[in-house]
Design a protein around this ligand. Structure first.
Ligand SMILES: [Zn+2]
Length: 78
C-alpha cells in the first residue's frame, strides 16, 4: 500500500532535511563556515547566538552582531 504525500509535505520534509544537514555541516566545519548564510534567517552563522545556524523554520535563533563586524562590513539591505 502506497501512501500519497502531497508535494507540499515533501517540500516541508526536504526543507527540514536540508536544515538538518546545514546544522550538521555547521558543526563539522565550524572554523570554515563563519561567513555562510543561514537558510532560515539569512544571517551569517557567526551572528547566531551560539555560532550555529537556525535548526528549523519555526525557531529562529537570537542574532548577535558584534561591533567589530559592523565596523568592517557594510550590511546589505534586502
Ligand atoms: Zn539563522
Amino acid at each position: 500500500m502506497t501512501k500519497n504525500y502531497h508535494s507540499k509535505d515533501i517540500d516541508k520534509i526536504a526543507r527540514q532535511v536540508a536544515l538538518n544537514l546545514q546544522s550538521l555541516m555547521a558543526i563539522v566545519e565550524f572554523d570554515y563556515n563563519r561567513y555562510e548564510k543561514c537558510m532560515v534567517c539569512g544571517e551569517k552563522y557567526r551572528h547566531h547566538i551560539d555560532g550555529l545556524p537556525c535548526e528549523t523554520d519555526a525557531v529562529k535563533k537570537e542574532i548577535v552582531k558584534r561591533r567589530y563586524y559592523d565596523r568592517h562590513n557594510v550590511k546589505q539591505s534586502n
